[in-house]
Design a protein. Structure first.
Length: 349
């Protein structure tokens, strides 16, 4: 049985959706729509793995779920042609995650750097869900037998784990999968798509740290809901160094802030890093920052305006999510029937 190419990816509704999420992930989601069947998920079950204060409690979660959905649509994802939904509406994610909990090994999870970063020094206090986060990610992808996963650079290790889980499931259950008609293994090994000019956008306050939703400083990130004045101010105050910009990429070595701002400019202006450097080489940051603020506002303002328009009608957003969930379930349910059969669970279906 051959496996059809299918794209799956997700974004957490933890608030503070930022330019890194947009350039590293959402614009990539948009670009795949013409060539693939795509499923884009607002991963609300992942969001609750962190402290309640991080995701804002029940009201914050619902609001942020609608906000990410609005960002998907405002960025150009078509929820009629493709599937947009929130994870918790499709029970296959949790069911498959349980089975994968019994496939994944503790040693594999112990190596996950994102858990170590997020749990910090208070590991004993982290939720079990945070530790299990990458297993749920594998379930998200494989509940649809998805083959391609567009993500930012920071998710590479999690996707390698998804491949390991798929591989071990295929090996452990090779005989019963073959009996069910899957001679080549039941799950595809999902391929990460880490592409585009901005797979790792860094913080505006510290060019060695990635731009993140959870950074305590709001000045570290450009949010997709920031207005023009806020964007200009954040860019004006972005950390730099005292040297003018170099004209060649070599000159960015050891200058993480300069490299990051040039990278953001190039991604937004549709240029290569070299093109941006040949334009701004020798300039002072103050001049470059004016141009950077301009291209950023040009991109973010229309998306933010469209998000606001969509968020004025929450019932319509909820309708999009419900319709997406119905279509997602229609794909995942027969897959779960086969998974359960392959594992040996007795079922009436
Ligand atoms: P989240 O919400 O943390 O991030 C969403 C997407 O944004 C990318 N990203 C970045 N890209 C470039 N520069 C940055 N500074 C930056 N920060 C974040 C992330 O790589 C991601 O692609 N665990 C996932 C959500 C998820 C998922 C999945 C993804 C849950 N299940 C299944 C793919 C497949 C995440 O990081 O969400």
């Amino acid at each position: 049985m051959t496996i059809k190419e299918r794209v799956f990816s997700g974004v957490q509704p933890t608030g503070n959706l930022h330019l890194g999420n947009y350039l590293g992930a959402i614009t990539r989601f948009v670009a795949l729509q013409d060539s693939h069947d795509c499923i884009y998920c607002v991963v609300d079950m992942h969001a609750i793995t962190q402290a309640v204060s991080v995701w804002g409690g029940p009201e914050g979660l619902a609001q942020n779920t609608r906000e990410v959905t609005a960002a998907f649509i405002a960025a150009g994802i078509d929820p009629e042609r493709h599937i947009v939904f929130n994870q918790s509406q499709v029970s296959a994610h949790a069911e498959l995650a349980w089975i994968f909990n019994c496939v994944a090994r503790m040693g594999w999870l112990n190596r996950m750097t994102q858990f170590k970063e997020k749990a910090g020094k208070h590991r004993e206090n982290a939720s079990v869900g945070l530790y299990d986060y990458p297993v749920l990610m594998a379930a998200d992808i494989l509940a649809y037998r998805a083959t391609h996963v567009p993500v930012g650079e920071d998710q590479k290790q999690h996707l390698e784990l998804s491949r390991d889980i798929a591989q071990k499931f295929n090996t452990d259950f090779a005989a019963s999968a073959a009996e069910a008609g899957y001679e080549d293994g039941f799950f595809p090994l999902p391929e990460p798509l880490i592409t585009g000019p901005a797979t790792r956008v860094m913080s505006l306050r510290d060019g060695t740290k990635k731009m993140s939703k959870s950074d305590p400083s709001d000045m570290s990130r450009i949010k997709m809901t920031d207005d023009a004045d806020t964007i200009a101010k954040k860019i004006r105050k972005a950390k730099t160094d005292p040297e003018p910009l170099p004209s060649e990429a070599d000159g960015l070595e050891g200058r993480p802030e300069a490299k990051n701002l040039i990278g953001i400019y190039a991604a937004l202006a549709g240029q290569s890093e070299d093109e941006a450097l040949s334009q701004f080489g020798g300039s002072q940051f103050s001049d470059f920052k004016k141009a950077l603020a301009e291209v950023t506002v040009e991109l973010v303002a229309p998306v933010a305006a469209e998000m606001r328009r969509l968020l004025d009608d929450p019932a319509e957003i909820d309708r999009v999510l419900a319709s997406g969930a119905d279509r997602a379930r229609a794909i995942a349910e027969p897959i779960m029937v086969d998974v359960k059969k392959i594992v040996g669970f007795i079922s009436s279906k």
